[in-house]
Design a protein around this ligand. Structure first.
Ligand code: PLP
Length: 469
């Protein structure tokens, strides 16, 4: 395992450049400070409620915001829009089997569709599902199906200053303790996310995935991978873990997936498409159940809520995501932004993860209490400064405890700058860094927010706030 120091040396530094050139452009609209102040007020200080027309550089999410390639667009014309048995479904099935190695595939409209199906089919009320930190929709579906979620990620994941190279790892002692406490028969599966979105896009090591497989095998517990960014995870294994430096992405991905029984997938991330997802499993019985459920929630089992053309673009995207020059520039863009911020001593989660920079809002605004929503405040201030849209990943995203109704108080209070794939240039990232710096320099003037409207489910999407005096 390399330290961060030696990782830096590996990188010193023949510049990479984006391995593509621009064929179609989408003009960006700029706004004045007055327009932005008005827009963020109308949006209830929630960046999810802004109109994208008022946004200059959109770093809300990397979900469904990728630029497709000319090959993918050409593939759209090959859409076979038959209700049943579309050519594109078989092409996608074959591609996922080939690279991810699972036996059965069920397409879904996006990742949460797959999470819903897995949770409903595998969870019995009263069960317990351990995971390496929660993801919003994943945990929601597990809880809705009657399970209790348990965070079994290593402690370093909750420490923004820890330089552990694999902060997504599962803590085997925590997992063993849960098995001892509730019994293996109450744990339908371990939910293993690679990379871990909520921890800052942090990867899991191959060694850890293998160890989780060994431990769960001893107890007859299944492992389901949240494979949303598993290719990005494979890149980090190549970059940081001994023995993988010369291996192709596809080989690392296949080994990684081999330690799980199946996966849920949001194609809107790694697969470089604007919509789509899938569920996959090696378990014949569970497959039968999920293939039956999919027709109720998503669509027939050969389209699952996607058009034929979308399945074609996704199959092409799977192969493009496994191209090493592409992935180096993908992660390289985020590392570049991290280096700019580091130079100015801006507090953010290190080491830099796979899809975003996570600003440490507690360190930005040490004078604000967590219940004054520091990360939400930072996202609003960044937008007002420059029209850059980020999002909150802190107390608002964590929601309320379903038992007590109180706010959950996550250790991490972060504002996420998420980089869409193949969309922005280095010059855009320079601008982002400069705006973050301006907000950091003005941190004394931040007063925090008050929650004025709170929806019942996944509140961060639609909640509204007002500035505190
Ligand atoms: C986006 C995401 C999901 C949910 O996928 P959708 O396509 O948005 O429904 C699940 N897990 C992780 C880690 C994600 O990033």
């Amino acid at each position: 395992m390399t330290t961060l120091h030696t990782m830096g040396q590996q990188h010193s530094r023949r510049s990479w450049a984006e391995p593509y050139k621009i064929k179609v452009v989408e003009p960006l609209r700029t706004t004045t400070r007055e327009e932005r102040d008005r827009a963020i007020a109308e949006a209830g200080w929630n960046t999810f409620l802004l109109h994208s027309r008022d946004v200059y550089i959109d770093l809300l999410t990397d979900s469904g915001t990728s630029a497709m390639s000319d090959r993918q667009w050409a593939g759209m014309m090959l859409g076979d829009e038959a209700y049943a048995g579309s050519v594109n479904f078989y092409r996608l099935e074959e591609t996922v089997q080939k690279y991810y190695g699972y036996k059965h595939l069920v397409p879904t409209h996006q990742g949460r569709g797959a999470e819903n199906l897995l949770s409903q089919a595998a969870i019995t009320p009263g069960d317990h599902v351990p995971g390496n930190m929660y993801f919003t929709t994943t945990r929601f579906h597990q809880e809705k199906a009657g399970a209790t979620f348990h965070d079994v990620i290593i402690d370093e994941a909750h420490d923004t200053a820890s330089l552990h190279p694999f902060k997504g790892n599962i803590d085997l002692d925590k997992l063993q303790a849960l098995i001892d406490e509730v019994g293996a028969d109450k744990i339908p599966y371990v939910c293993m996310a690679a990379t871990v979105n909520m921890a800052g896009g942090q990867p899991i090591s191959m060694e850890n995935a293998r160890a989780v497989r060994e431990l769960t095998d001893r107890h007859g517990i299944k492992v389901y991978l949240d494979a949303t960014r598993a290719v990005e995870n494979a890149y980090f294994i190549i970059e940081r873990e001994a023995g993988y430096a010369d291996k192709p992405l596809a080989e690392v991905l296949a080994e990684f997936c081999s330690y799980s029984d199946g996966a849920t997938m949001s194609g809107k991330k790694d697969h470089l498409v604007n919509i789509g997802g899938w569920f996959a499993t090696n378990d014949d019985e569970l497959f039968e159940e999920v293939r039956n459920l999919v027709v109720v929630y998503e669509g027939l089992h050969t389209y699952g809520g996607m058009a034929g053309r979308d399945m074609e673009a996704m199959a092409i995207g799977v192969e493009e995501s496994l191209d090493m020059p592409y992935m180096r520039s993908r992660i390289g863009q985020i590392q570049y932004l991290g280096e700019l911020l580091e130079r100015w001593d801006i507090p953010f989660v290190k080491p830099v993860g796979g899809h975003a920079i996570f600003l440490d809002a507690r360190a930005f605004y040490p004078h604000l209490d967590q219940e004054q929503f520091p990360a939400q405040t930072l996202a609003a201030n960044l937008y007002a400064d420059s029209g850059i849209r980020s999002m909150e990943r802190g107390i608002v995203s964590a929601g309320r405890d379903p038992e007590t109704g109180e706010h959950r108080h996550p250790k991490l209070e972060l504002t996420r700058l998420t980089i869409p794939r193949r969309v922005y240039t280095q010059a855009h990232l320079d601008l982002v860094a400069e705006s973050v710096k301006a907000c950091f320099d003005a941190h004394d003037s931040a007063t925090g927010l008050r929650l004025v409207y709170e929806p019942k489910y996944l509140r961060f999407f639609q909640a509204r706030f007002e500035p505190l005096p």
